[in-house]
Design a binder for this molecule. Structure first.
Ligand code: GDP
Length: 209
């Protein structure tokens, strides 16, 4: 884990650049590499993003009424774009509404040529849902580099965390190198995640030059 003072992702500038509401709708022009963050509602995505960038921007923007079902784009340090995908699979939403996210998210994933990779969030305490499995299958089909973050680490003991991580990795065929254990409450895993995001961005940039 990186020590403070060698933060792999120092955020000097963070700008909200807009939201994409439909698969064929507006989106920011894509020149910079993009990293997208996905997960079911309540998995801890806003908390993770606020911890990652060390500010509360996401809580403000992504919870604005009307924005919760959109893909929200942020430009980071004029260096890359962070795409906050809408949380899927919220239990209180009716079945027809539940599938709403699919064309938007899948269209975005398929058609973003500059997409460097996806950070997929999973609650460490829960078995992956059908939607989680479908997302990961889709990412594999598109051959998109994927980092899996197991959230809410502070809610389980160390022993339980290791057991759960092993189970989740086995059930989803994830490699150990792809998985980060994370807690927004304690900040554990923040620097490891920052490093993973920075290397996704840098691999893409050096590949495109
Ligand atoms: P989102 O819907 O995926 O954006 O999830 P939120 O970030 O809003 O988090 C959902 C709930 O889980 C909130 O009550 C958070 O306070 C809580 N939460 C998120 N991350 C953590 C964490 O790392 N530890 C604990 N204990 N609670 C968390």
């Amino acid at each position: 884990m990186a020590e403070s003072g060698s933060d792999p992702l120092v955020i000097r500038k963070l700008e909200f650049i807009g939201g994409m509401a439909a698969a064929d709708g507006w989106r920011p022009e894509s020149e910079l590499p993009e990293v997208a963050f996905a997960g079911r509602s309540n998995v801890g995505k806003s908390s993770l993003l606020n911890t990652l960038v060390r500010r509360k921007a996401f809580a403000r923007v992504s919870r604005t009424p009307g924005r919760t079902r959109e893909i929200n784009f942020f430009r980071v340090n004029s260096h890359f774009v962070l795409a906050d995908l809408p949380g899927y699979g919220y239990a209180k939403i009716s079945k027809e509404k539940k599938a709403d996210w699919k064309p938007l998210i899948e269209g975005y994933l398929r058609h973003t040529a500059t997409l460097a990779g996806v950070v997929q969030l999973l609650d460490i305490r829960r078995d992956p849902s059908d939607d989680d499995i479908q997302m990961l299958d889709y990412l594999a089909e598109l051959e998109l580099p994927t980092v899996a973050v197991l959230t809410k680490l502070d809610k389980v003991s160390r022993l339980e965390a290791d057991r759960r991580a092993g189970e989740i990795m086995r059930s989803l065929s994830l490699l150990k190198e792809q998985v980060i254990l994370f807690s927004a409450a304690t900040g554990e895993g923040r620097d490891e995640l920052a490093e993973a995001v920075a290397s996704l961005v840098d691999i893409t940039r050096s590949g495109s030059q």
